[in-house]
Structure formats: C-alpha cells, structure tokens
Design a protein around this ligand. Structure first.
Ligand SMILES: C[S@@+](CC[C@H](N)C(=O)[O-])C[C@H]1O[C@@H](n2cnc3c(N)ncnc32)[C@H](O)[C@@H]1O
Length: 210
C-alpha cells in the first residue's frame, strides 16, 4: 500500500532540516528580523515558548559572544548548548513578572512564539492563545528597557484589534505581519512593537503609566 504523504510537511520543513534548524518556525522570525532588523549584536533577549529552539538558534547566531538569550518553556531544549543561553523551565502563566525582571535584568527584546496545544475548537484555542499573549505583554513591560522591542505570535480574531491597541499604548511603532512561512490555513499572525516608550514619561495620549 502506498505510504500516505504527510501534508503537514512542506518545503520549509525540509529546508529547516537541510539547514540544521530545529524547527521551520525559524523562517518566520528570519523574515520579520530581515524587515525590522531588531535582533542585533550584543542584545539580551527573552524567548518565550523557546522549545525546540530554532528562534534561540537564530538569535544566538546574530547576538555574538557578548549577547545573551534567556529561554522559557514547559519543555527544555536539549539539542544545542551555548554559553550565552540560559533556560528557565516554567509555565509562563504562573510567573510573577516582577520577580522575573529581578532575575533577568533589563532586556533589549522579548520574542514570543508561545502556542497552546490546540483542541480544534477555534473559540477555545483563540481564548487560550490570548491568555498567553496577554501574559507575554505583561512580562515584556516588566523586563524591557526603554526603546526595546516586543514580538509575539497571535491568532486573528475579534480580540486582535484590542490587543494591538494595548501594545500601541506602550510602543511607538506597531505592525502586524503574516510571514510567508505561516501555513495557508493558519490564523496566526505576528505583532511587533518597536521602540518601547519610557513607562514614566507621558504616553501618546498624554497619560502617565504606573
Ligand atoms: C510553536 S512552539 C515554539 C517554537 C520555537 N519558537 C522554535 O522556534 O523552536 C510553542 C511553544 O510554546 C510553549 N508553551 C505553550 N504554553 C506555554 C506556557 N504556558 N508556558 C511556557 N511555555 C509554553 C510550548 O511548550 C511550545 O514549546
């Protein structure tokens, strides 16, 4: 009997394998970074949902020896080691952002590719994804320096506009991107907030953040 073709695998999957990336998701980050150039030599970055590790691998290549990447996930990446990679095993929903900030210090970027295990129920999946992305933003606001950057995966849905508005209150330049490597049927998009506004200075609306 002929073997059934795995339609989930595509040319990005085989390219990632050939180029020794741990996941095809690397091409999404690469496309966004090529456009916005926010991952720079010497940066300190927090990678939320870092397993199996292709985004971390990409960052490690760009950061050089003086940069650092801290990854958080429920699962520990095991297929690479680097002196300037630190892993924290945690459920991000259980983390205290203030305590985390005390542990990791001030950072140049937070990147989040967090994704819940999908159930097939699009309403429930979107709600779980929103919970993760809201927590990622809360963490970002605690650990980022002024003028730092925030990138996150989010699912298209009715909450997207409200979330974009919340990010816009804290970052000067906010954009939605759908990289070519996102699967055609997927509702995932990426949102980048560039140049975080100083939390103690008047916001774009003239309000002070506390
Ligand atoms: C799409 S994968 C990330 C792929 C990764 N960016 C890469 O390039 O290898 C999403 C990750 O989010 C993690 N995740 C989901 N919910 C989480 C939570 N509550 N706390 C920590 N990690 C979580 C999963 O364990 C999974 O490894």
């Amino acid at each position: 009997m002929a073997k059934k073709k795995n339609s989930w695998k595509d040319h990005y999957t085989s390219r990632a394998k050939d180029e020794k990336w741990l996941a095809r998701s690397v091409y999404k980050l690469e496309e966004i970074d090529k456009k916005y150039k926010f991952i720079k030599k010497g940066c300190r970055i927090l990678d939320l949902g870092c397993y199996p590790g292709s985004w971390t691998q990409y960052c490690l290549k760009k950061l050089g020896n003086n940069g650092e990447i801290i990854g958080i996930d429920l699962n520990r990446p095991t297929r690479f080691k680097a002196r300037n990679f630190r892993f924290i095993a945690a459920d991000i929903l259980e983390l205290d952002p203030g305590q985390l900030a005390g542990e990791v210090g001030q950072l140049d970027a937070v990147i989040s590719d967090l994704a819940p295990n999908t159930t097939g129920n699009s309403i429930a999946d979107t709600a779980r994804s929103m919970e993760l992305v809201e927590k990622a933003l809360e963490i970002a606001l605690s650990v980022l320096k002024k003028e730092a950057h925030f990138l996150c995966k989010i699912f298209e849905g009715e909450d997207l506009k409200g979330f974009k508005d919340r990010v816009s209150a804290h970052f000067n330049n906010v954009r939605l991107i759908r990289p070519a490597a996102v699967r055609k049927k997927s509702r995932e998009v990426y949102l980048i907030g560039m140049d975080m506004i100083d939390q103690n200075s008047p916001s774009k609306d003239g309000e002070i953040f506390f």
